[in-house]
Ligand binder design. Structure first.
Ligand SMILES: [Ca+2]
Ligand SMILES: [Ca+2]
Ligand SMILES: [Ca+2]
Length: 235
């Protein structure tokens, strides 16, 4: 009998311990589920916060871009520019260029030949192309030359010229070695502004495009951008 009691007693305790083990495992599983859920929830919150922050940041970036554009537009508009004395617009007649003694595709003016490109290139590529034709990018020696180019080039387009800032900021030079201080300058109002200085800056000279035919004024632009260009060589 004693052994029977003992037997029953032992069976009971086994069941109890199995049950308690089951309960324990169940609890652990629930805990793991809860932990997983919390983790997933945290991840979702993190994603949402990142998304919101990203949207806010790109909105702010766009706003800053817009402000910079507005300021730069204001600076390049002669009427609202309060710095340097605004240059008067000089309106010109269109001129049909003549080839003269210049090569195919080139036009002649006062002892020089000019190639007005119809394709675009970066400033360095444009200069390389001009050099391959035994010339160089346009060097504007006087206002007559600038007016001639303004009369024969496309009114609305910008063109690279042989003006470059090679050393320090503000030290402009002509590609053929002509002394920059010996030639008249025709910077557009507010230029050179080295706009977007945080990225590449603007270290190459170009002629600005306009809505109406007038004397083309100068602008400094990012040398890595592609524009049409004008080559010059001795006739
Ligand atoms: Ca020249
Ligand atoms: Ca510059
Ligand atoms: Ca500029």
């Amino acid at each position: 009998m004693e052994s029977q009691y003992h037997h029953f007693g032992s069976a009971d305790s086994t069941t109890v311990s199995r049950e308690s083990r089951n309960t324990h495992t169940g609890m652990r599983r629930i805990l793991v589920y809860i932990l997983y859920s919390v983790l997933v929830l945290l991840l979702l919150i993190l994603l949402m916060v990142t998304g919101i922050k990203f949207t806010q940041m790109s909105k702010e970036i766009n706003e800053v871009k817009l402000q910079i554009e507005t300021v730069s537009r204001r600076v390049s508009t002669p009427t609202s520019y309060s710095g340097a004395k605004p240059l008067r617009d000089v309106f010109l007649q269109e001129l049909t260029p003549v080839r003269g003694t210049c090569g195919e595709g080139w036009v002649s003016f006062r002892g020089s030949c000019y190639l007005i490109s119809i394709t675009t290139a970066t400033w360095a590529k444009a200069e390389e192309t001009c050099k391959s034709h035994k010339g160089h990018l346009l060097v504007l020696n006087n206002v007559e030359e600038l007016d001639y180019i303004s009369k024969v080039a496309d009114v609305q387009l910008g063109y690279w010229i042989g003006l470059v800032e090679r050393g320090q900021e503000g030290q402009w030079s002509w590609v053929d070695g002509t002394d920059y201080s010996s030639t008249p300058t025709f910077w557009d109002v507010g230029q050179p502004d080295d706009w977007d200085f945080r990225v590449n800056g603007e270290d190459c000279g170009q002629l600005h495009g306009a809505q109406r035919r007038k004397r083309k004024l100068w602008n400094d632009a990012d040398c890595g951008l592609s524009y049409r260009y004008i080559c010059e060589m001795k006739a």
